[in-house]
Write a protein that binds this ligand. Structure first.
Ligand code: DGL
Length: 273
């Protein structure tokens, strides 16, 4: 396939979580254009099987390819854990996932070599983070906690109330017991409650996807000579599979930019054509 410097970058997640990655990319790659897809009709990915996630992710990549993207960013840990290698073998375009940069950053940051992981059930049960951390430090101790209620609470726009604080406290407790000094926020929704997490895990270095992936995207485009020259302000647009109004409502609470129009896409109908 022919790649063009002027083409947009495709980013996707199960919902609004990937906006924490997009937000960072918009700030550090201001000349680039972006197309974001939130698979809100299929949310939460954390409860899906690996087969479902592979199938769904491939449909999204194909829709993004229809938008002529030059690079795809899987801004979702659950989809990365289940589907990244499959997607990379199925399509020609370069596809970057989350996880590997965060695992590396966590190993670099941890002095005690005791690292915590908070993530969805799908991500924790895949064991991918442990493998990636151990690829960099075979002796690091990883304490993983599945947080099934956290991404839905964030995406549904639950209030930052005592219940949410209690929920976060419960999920963080095993990390405190294990005395980790570094914690991977292994779900792209979690940086949206970073202050709550910082308060619950005092003194623990929190590693999240945004900064790491933005760096990875920039380096990849630079090395492939696909980075756009500065001096223009890029455009970005959104699509989702569920209700666009709900996407705008939850998304605009977190993206530090206007969301604009959100298109609704039926991925199965697109795949059938
Ligand atoms: N944002 C997704 C991730 O990083 C998960 C949310 C979901 O369960 O859909 O894993």
């Amino acid at each position: 396939m022919e790649l063009h410097r002027d083409s947009p970058i495709g980013v996707f997640d199960s919902g609004v979580g990937g906006l924490t990655v997009l937000d960072e990319c918009l700030a550090s790659l201001p000349a680039e254009d972006f197309v974001y897809f939130g698979d809100t009709a299929f949310f939460p990915y954390g409860e899906r099987t690996a087969d479902e996630l592979r199938d769904r992710s491939l449909k999204i990549v194909d829709w993004l390819l229809g938008q002529n993207v030059k690079l795809v960013v899987v801004a979702c840990n659950s989809a990365t854990a289940a589907a990244l290698d499959y997607l990379q073998t199925q399509r020609e375009v370069s596809i970057i996932g989350v996880m590997a940069p965060e695992a590396h950053a966590a190993v670099q940051a941890s002095r005690s070599r005791r690292i915590g992981l908070l993530a969805t059930e799908a991500t924790v049960s895949s064991g991918s983070y442990e493998r990636m951390v151990h690829a960099h430090d075979a002796g690091a101790e990883v304490t993983s906690v599945a947080c099934p209620e956290l991404a839905p609470a964030i995406q549904n726009g639950d209030e930052f109330d005592a219940d949410l604080l209690e929920l976060v406290r419960d999920y963080a407790a095993p990390l405190r017991e294990a005395d980790v000094d570094t914690a991977i926020l292994g779900c792209t929704h979690y940086p949206m409650i970073e202050r709550l997490l910082r308060r619950t895990l005092p003194g623990v270095a929190l590693i999240s996807s945004g900064v790491e992936i933005a760096r990875e995207v920039r380096e990849t485009l630079e090395r492939k000579e696909l980075l756009r020259a500065w001096g223009r302000e890029g455009e970005y647009r959104f699509a989702c599979s569920g209700d666009p109004a709900a996407f705008v409502e939850s998304g605009s609470r977190f993206l530090q930019m206007p969301l604009g129009e959100v298109a609704q896409i039926d991925l199965d109908a697109v795949a059938a054509t």
